[in-house]
Design a binder for this molecule. Structure first.
Ligand code: DAH
Length: 357
């Protein structure tokens, strides 16, 4: 009788499933008892040969059996899976430190430039800009450094090939008629002075930070590419006292301590009189220590009262205005504040260096 056969299959299946110990064996049993070639499937296929009444009864039993075996299979599968789960391997150590996120950050030179801009804008200065590829006129002639003048030797220059045939319109004021303007990589930020004055009328105060280039061998204090910072304040009666005050204010804010400024006579073609300016040693405050080699002062940059020839080159009448200008290297300033001993580190691309800022 089919009912008995089904009952037997069920008993065998349940017994064998209960004894199984691995998922693979369980899968074999599923095929054995319910698979396409199993005795059970054959019985289901033969139902069509029964009378309708018989088919109804046997069909119901077969269905109930299938559901029961399937549910026992599922329960066993769950049990085996849980047993084989390797908790040790899946353990999460919540006390383990997280992997450190590598975040990018601004280059130390960009940071110091932002800092300087903040200090100067808080003192009413505007920020001016100029091109890194300059003409000979802006970089030299207009700054009172004429062609063939020995003063040009102070700036070792990268001259560029100028393939552009210039029209008279391209040439700066007062240069009309010349056919080919020589171009170069600016050797200092001072050309921005001229560019700004050509389009503005005093009074004004500006700063112009930017990249400069010199055709010279590099060592611990010299780079072929570096940053400078120009300041220019022009009005009817701007004087050296104004310069000294603003310089002192700026350096005190930058070094976060009281700083004194000292002027020494010097020479720059674009200023008259010209100074080198020093600041009181940021380590000892001026008493003398190894940082300042005992002298109490640190050399910072050049400055002076704008030469009237420069005003004239920018289009202002001679003798109408007075102003001061100063310029210094950004790297040098950061080297002083952060005790960095080699300027070449800034462009070395060495993350061990930049990550310290
Ligand atoms: N341009 C000068 C240089 O690169 C630095 C300098 C000196 C700028 C005196 C000035 C200044 O504005 O007044 O060597």
């Amino acid at each position: 009788m089919l009912e008995e056969k089904i009952e037997k299959i069920k008993e065998d299946a349940l017994a064998e499933i209960a004894a199984v110990e691995s998922l693979a064996e369980l899968n074999d049993l599923r095929i054995k008892f319910l698979g396409r070639k199993s005795e059970f499937t054959n019985i289901l296929k033969s139902l069509k040969d029964l009378t309708e009444q018989e088919r109804k009864i046997v069909g119901q039993i077969a269905n109930a059996t299938k559901i029961e075996v399937e549910s026992v299979l599922a329960a066993k599968e769950k049990e085996l899976k849980e047993k084989s789960f390797d908790f040790a391997a899946e353990k999460i150590d919540v006390t383990m430190p997280a992997k450190k996120l590598q975040r990018g950050h601004l280059h130390p030179l960009t940071k110091i430039q932002n800092e300087l801009e903040d200090i100067f804008t808080s003192m009413g200065f505007e920020i001016a800009d100029g091109p890194e590829v300059e003409t000979e006129f802006y970089n030299f002639d207009a700054l009172n450094i004429p062609k063939n003048h020995p003063a040009r030797d102070k700036w070792d220059t990268f001259w560029l090939k100028n393939n552009k045939q210039q029209t008279t319109d391209d040439l700066p004021t007062g240069q009309a008629g010349k056919q080919q303007e020589r171009i170069l990589l600016r050797t200092h930020t001072s050309p921005v002075q001229i560019r700004f004055m050509q389009t503005h009328t005093p009074p004004f105060r500006i700063i112009a930070p930017g990249k400069c280039f010199r055709n010279e061998a590099t060592d611990a204090t010299h780079e072929h590419s570096f940053y400078q910072f120009e300041a220019l304040m022009v009005g009817d009666d701007v004087n050296v006292g104004n310069f000294k005050f603003i310089a002192q204010e700026f350096f005190s804010k930058f070094f976060k301590k009281e700083i004194n400024v000292r002027l020494r006579p010097s020479y720059f073609p674009f200023t008259e009189p010209s100074f080198e300016f020093d600041i009181s040693c940021t380590v000892c405050g001026g008493e003398g220590c190894p940082s300042c080699k005992g002298g109490g002062w640190l050399e910072v940059g050049g400055a002076g009262m704008v030469n009237q020839a420069v005003f004239e080159a920018a289009g202002y009448p001679r003798g109408k205005y007075q102003g001061f200008a100063w310029g210094f290297g950004l790297e040098r300033l950061l080297m002083m504040r952060n005790k960095i001993n080699d300027i070449r580190l800034f462009h070395s691309g060495d993350k061990r260096f930049t990550d310290q800022f």
